[in-house]
Design a protein. Structure first.
Length: 133
Protein backbone atom coordinates (compact mmCIF):
# COMPACT_ATOMS: atom_id res chain seq x y z
CA UNK A 1 0.00 0.00 0.00
CA UNK A 2 1.24 3.42 -0.81
CA UNK A 3 1.23 6.36 1.57
CA UNK A 4 -1.79 7.95 -0.14
CA UNK A 5 -3.93 4.86 0.29
CA UNK A 6 -2.91 4.51 3.92
CA UNK A 7 -3.67 8.20 4.50
CA UNK A 8 -7.14 7.72 3.02
CA UNK A 9 -7.87 4.74 5.31
CA UNK A 10 -6.65 6.48 8.45
CA UNK A 11 -9.89 8.45 9.11
CA UNK A 12 -11.92 5.26 8.66
CA UNK A 13 -9.71 3.37 11.10
CA UNK A 14 -10.04 6.21 13.62
CA UNK A 15 -13.84 6.05 13.28
CA UNK A 16 -13.85 2.31 13.92
CA UNK A 17 -11.62 2.68 16.97
CA UNK A 18 -13.76 5.51 18.33
CA UNK A 19 -16.89 3.37 17.87
CA UNK A 20 -15.32 0.47 19.74
CA UNK A 21 -14.16 2.62 22.65
CA UNK A 22 -17.21 4.88 22.89
CA UNK A 23 -20.00 2.39 22.21
CA UNK A 24 -18.96 -1.24 22.42
CA UNK A 25 -16.86 -1.16 25.61
CA UNK A 26 -19.42 0.72 27.75
CA UNK A 27 -22.18 -1.61 26.53
CA UNK A 28 -20.08 -4.64 27.45
CA UNK A 29 -19.40 -3.15 30.89
CA UNK A 30 -23.15 -2.61 31.45
CA UNK A 31 -23.79 -6.25 30.49
CA UNK A 32 -21.18 -7.39 33.01
CA UNK A 33 -22.73 -5.23 35.74
CA UNK A 34 -26.21 -6.61 34.98
CA UNK A 35 -24.88 -10.17 35.13
CA UNK A 36 -23.16 -9.44 38.46
CA UNK A 37 -26.40 -7.98 39.81
CA UNK A 38 -28.32 -11.11 38.79
CA UNK A 39 -25.73 -13.28 40.52
CA UNK A 40 -26.02 -11.18 43.70
CA UNK A 41 -29.77 -11.83 43.94
CA UNK A 42 -30.81 -14.27 46.62
CA UNK A 43 -33.83 -14.92 48.80
CA UNK A 44 -33.94 -12.35 51.64
CA UNK A 45 -31.97 -9.78 49.58
CA UNK A 46 -33.18 -6.21 49.96
CA UNK A 47 -33.64 -4.72 46.49
CA UNK A 48 -34.72 -1.55 44.75
CA UNK A 49 -36.67 -2.07 41.53
CA UNK A 50 -36.13 0.16 38.52
CA UNK A 51 -39.50 1.77 39.32
CA UNK A 52 -38.16 2.89 42.71
CA UNK A 53 -40.07 0.33 44.77
CA UNK A 54 -38.13 -1.17 47.68
CA UNK A 55 -38.66 -4.69 48.96
CA UNK A 56 -37.26 -8.05 50.00
CA UNK A 57 -36.86 -11.00 47.63
CA UNK A 58 -38.98 -13.91 48.83
CA UNK A 59 -38.68 -16.27 45.84
CA UNK A 60 -36.38 -16.59 42.82
CA UNK A 61 -37.28 -18.18 39.52
CA UNK A 62 -35.40 -18.43 36.24
CA UNK A 63 -36.83 -15.20 34.78
CA UNK A 64 -39.00 -13.78 37.55
CA UNK A 65 -38.89 -13.23 41.28
CA UNK A 66 -41.28 -12.29 44.06
CA UNK A 67 -40.62 -9.16 46.08
CA UNK A 68 -42.35 -8.40 49.37
CA UNK A 69 -43.08 -4.67 49.30
CA UNK A 70 -45.16 -4.57 52.50
CA UNK A 71 -46.07 -7.15 55.13
CA UNK A 72 -47.95 -9.95 53.35
CA UNK A 73 -47.89 -8.04 50.05
CA UNK A 74 -45.73 -9.53 47.31
CA UNK A 75 -45.40 -8.70 43.64
CA UNK A 76 -43.95 -10.81 40.86
CA UNK A 77 -41.47 -8.98 38.66
CA UNK A 78 -39.03 -9.83 35.91
CA UNK A 79 -35.42 -10.18 37.05
CA UNK A 80 -34.43 -7.22 34.86
CA UNK A 81 -36.75 -4.99 36.93
CA UNK A 82 -34.23 -5.14 39.80
CA UNK A 83 -32.26 -1.91 39.69
CA UNK A 84 -29.87 -2.77 42.50
CA UNK A 85 -29.32 -5.01 45.47
CA UNK A 86 -29.10 -2.91 48.63
CA UNK A 87 -26.29 -3.28 51.11
CA UNK A 88 -27.20 -3.91 54.75
CA UNK A 89 -26.54 -0.25 55.53
CA UNK A 90 -28.76 1.00 52.68
CA UNK A 91 -31.53 -1.44 53.60
CA UNK A 92 -31.46 -0.31 57.24
CA UNK A 93 -31.62 3.33 56.17
CA UNK A 94 -34.64 2.64 53.94
CA UNK A 95 -36.46 0.71 56.67
CA UNK A 96 -35.92 3.49 59.22
CA UNK A 97 -36.91 6.31 56.88
CA UNK A 98 -40.27 7.78 57.93
CA UNK A 99 -43.08 7.19 55.50
CA UNK A 100 -45.59 9.48 57.15
CA UNK A 101 -47.87 11.63 55.05
CA UNK A 102 -49.04 14.96 56.47
CA UNK A 103 -52.60 14.83 57.83
CA UNK A 104 -53.47 18.24 56.44
CA UNK A 105 -56.72 18.21 54.47
CA UNK A 106 -56.44 21.87 53.47
CA UNK A 107 -54.84 22.58 50.10
CA UNK A 108 -51.35 23.91 50.45
CA UNK A 109 -50.21 27.27 49.14
CA UNK A 110 -48.25 25.52 46.41
CA UNK A 111 -51.40 23.96 44.93
CA UNK A 112 -52.37 26.09 41.99
CA UNK A 113 -55.84 25.43 40.73
CA UNK A 114 -57.43 27.17 37.79
CA UNK A 115 -60.51 29.23 38.46
CA UNK A 116 -63.61 28.92 36.28
CA UNK A 117 -62.84 32.09 34.33
CA UNK A 118 -59.39 30.95 33.21
CA UNK A 119 -60.78 27.53 32.32
CA UNK A 120 -63.46 29.15 30.15
CA UNK A 121 -60.83 31.22 28.35
CA UNK A 122 -58.75 28.13 27.70
CA UNK A 123 -61.69 26.16 26.35
CA UNK A 124 -62.62 29.07 24.06
CA UNK A 125 -59.07 29.19 22.69
CA UNK A 126 -59.25 25.45 21.99
CA UNK A 127 -62.63 25.82 20.26
CA UNK A 128 -61.35 28.70 18.10
CA UNK A 129 -58.30 26.67 17.08
CA UNK A 130 -60.49 23.69 16.20
CA UNK A 131 -62.79 25.84 14.05
CA UNK A 132 -59.80 27.33 12.24
CA UNK A 133 -58.58 23.90 11.08
Amino acid sequence: MSGDQLGALLPLLLLVLAFVFLVMRPARNRQRQAAALQQALSVESQVMLTSGVFGKVTWLGEETLRVEIAPETTIRVHRQAVGRVLSDEEAARMVNEPDEVPDSTEPSDTDESMDDESMDDESMDTEQRDKGD
